[in-house]
Write a protein that binds this ligand. Sequence first.
Ligand SMILES: Nc1ccn([C@@H]2O[C@H](COP(=O)(O)OP(=O)(O)OP(=O)(O)O)[C@@H](O)[C@H]2O)c(=O)n1
Ligand SMILES: C[C@](O)(CO)[C@H](O)COP(=O)(O)O
Length: 251
Amino acid sequence: MSSSFSSFAALIPAAGSGTRLGHGPKAAVTVGGRSLLAWAVGALQPHVAEVVVALPAGLALPDDVPKGVRTVTGGATRQESVRRLLEAVSAEHVLIHDSARPFLTADLIGAVQAAVRRTGAATAALPVADSLVLGGQKAESGGQRVESGAEQTDHQPSTLNPHHFWIEGVPREDLWAVQTPQGFRRELLHYAHTYAAAEGHAATDDAGLVARLGHTVELVEGDARLLKVTRAGDLALAEALAAAWQDGVHD
Ligand SMILES: Nc1ccn([C@@H]2O[C@H](COP(=O)(O)OP(=O)(O)OP(=O)(O)O)[C@@H](O)[C@H]2O)c(=O)n1
Ligand SMILES: C[C@](O)(CO)[C@H](O)COP(=O)(O)O
């Protein structure tokens, strides 16, 4: 049951086309026999006063989504879908969560909500654990390899090589991989969206729009299991996680 005493609304952008996954809009794609959207709503609903979902035009909520969820029609981009969601609520605080990230724990929701109350803006994020590299293309030009990636050269590559190559290592200290949920004072995020729209600025997430205003965004340590189901290989991983999750192995 939703907590009507919470100052938070959960806004779920689910209006993407799922092009990289290749199974149509991802909201209705199932893992562990349950739609991705039902996973996300089920995790968030006990912690917020209401849940609003952005769906592609003409698409209904999957049947297994818990009752009491409102919908809006999403936009052409994730940013536009979130903007429309923001227009639909009046809560003091909002949590934005991708429907494509099913494995969300109560602990992480609580940690992001606490950070939003402290700072006004927060996101789940994971410190990067792998080595990082700037990749680029190399081409054969008169027997010499010419890099086109990190640095421009005077040479015009004569033959583009379809493979990617190691151009330069990138120090990973202080780098984080950004996840959702992201939480904000609603008025702050609304202002950030309005400002970005006026400038024609596109961002891949909402915390980036707020940070761009110069506002502090707190990083809350996320969860490796909170993967975004994006490509075909992610589905097998998600199925394995779903089996463990249903056995109660998740907090
Ligand atoms: N116009 C859009 C595009 C994306 N999203 C949502 O934003 C989240 C993150 O996007 P992503 O995982 O990239 O989903 P898709 O856009 O569906 O995937 P693709 O880019 O492969 O088409 C998803 O929950 C997606 O439904 C949205 O609400 N509106
Ligand atoms: C919001 C997000 O999930 C944070 O990592 C990510 O930026 C969404 O990117 P996408 O290309 O729209 O999937």
